[in-house]
Design a protein around this ligand. Structure first.
Ligand SMILES: [Mn+2]
Length: 341
């Protein structure tokens, strides 16, 4: 553990002993890491006799609804939560450092005078908290929270263990991504040793697809485009297809994961028409292509291995705009790796 991390955990320990009321928040479009980290910390604080409120920005997705704490989260309400923040001593945020990911809430936090604590693992130069429990070498914010709870000697209840297992397992793609280290597996072992059922967690999070979604995945995969001898795989998802097959909520992770199973794949692109003139673009790279400049060019966000943007145009226009960028970057990346050999 770095000196700054040790120091921020010591500051956090003092804050927890000094204060009674805590307000916690996850980010908009909450994922398993943000939600699981927040719920794990909420349970730990309640175990220490504290009063805790958890704020989210949309209803908890069905796949996370089994978590014991999921029923106690509140959807952001500016009036109620301004009052809660004024009464609280500490505000905690999980898995993000950019204050625009809690739309409308950050100004209330600042005005309330509550001490701000940020838990995050994303690489970032600027951290918004008064205390920043930040470790870019962590695979998930959940592993940082687990370290903190060990330091505070909070016993791992089954509820805490399930929340943190969701946090860590979702950010490591159920222990398949390159961030799955021996330390991650030891953490997972500690969590499952509490007696929780990891298979149940897997089933809840990953095996609740609507039948219609499986059909969408099949239909999109059948129309897959293949370029550069399988190094570039890309696909489009027309809104008409989603409407015809009758899918409700729809996340593209599983299609991206499927495309990434390609043997020679370096880069995948998925273009999904969300509204009449809105296209969500998701790109993934194995490393030969740095997606950072493409993300900037598209007006979106991202890093070397992943980028996303929402374009206000038709699906055909999005293709014309994004694919040339990807092809050029991939050709340059392949030339670079050939030269390096
Ligand atoms: Mn995360």
């Amino acid at each position: 553990m770095t000196a700054s991390l040790t120091e921020s955990i010591a500051q956090l320990e003092r804050l927890i002993s000094q204060h009674q009321r805590f307000v916690l928040a996850g980010h908009v479009n909450i994922d398993g890491d943000s939600l699981g980290s927040m719920l794990g910390m909420a349970d730990a604080l309640r175990h220490l006799g504290k009063s805790v409120r958890c704020i989210v920005f949309e209803p908890v997705a069905e796949r996370y609804a089994f978590l014991p704490g999921a029923g106690s989260v509140e959807i952001f309400d500016p009036v109620a939560h301004a009052a809660a923040l004024r009464d609280s001593g500490v505000f905690m945020m999980f898995d993000f450092s950019s204050t625009n990911r809690i739309p409308g809430l950050w100004d209330l936090v600042t005005a309330s005078g509550a001490t701000k604590v940020c838990f995050d693992h994303h690489p970032t130069a600027t951290l918004p908290g008064d205390v920043n429990v930040h470790d870019p070498s962590s695979p998930a914010t959940g592993t940082i929270v687990l370290q903190v709870l060990r330091h505070l000697h909070v016993p791992l209840s089954k509820a805490i263990a399930e929340s943190l297992l969701v946090a860590i397992s979702t950010d490591t793609g159920w222990f398949r991504y390159s961030n799955t280290t021996p330390a991650v597996l030891r953490d997972a072992s500690d969590l499952t040793a509490t007696g929780i059922d990891p298979h149940r967690v897997y089933r809840e999070v990953y095996q609740r697809n609507e039948v219609a979604l499986i059909r969408v995945i099949g239909a999109v995969a059948a129309e897959l485009h293949d370029e550069f001898d399988g190094r570039l795989l890309w696909a489009t998802i027309p809104k008409a297809l989603i409407d015809r097959l009758g899918v409700g909520t729809f996340e593209t992770d599983q299609l991206l994961d499927l495309l990434r199973t390609g043997r020679d794949v370096e880069c995948v692109a998925l273009l999904r028409e969300t509204h009449a003139r809105d296209v969500r673009v998701n790109l993934r790279s194995r490393g030969a292509v740095d997606l950072t400049p493409i993300a900037r060019e598209m007006g979106g966000g991202g890093h070397r291995h992943a980028a996303g943007a929402t374009l206000n145009c038709s699906l055909a226009q999005a293709e014309e705009r994004v694919l040339p960028l990807v092809r050029t970057a991939l050709a340059a990346g392949l030339r670079g790796s050939a030269a390096a050999r």
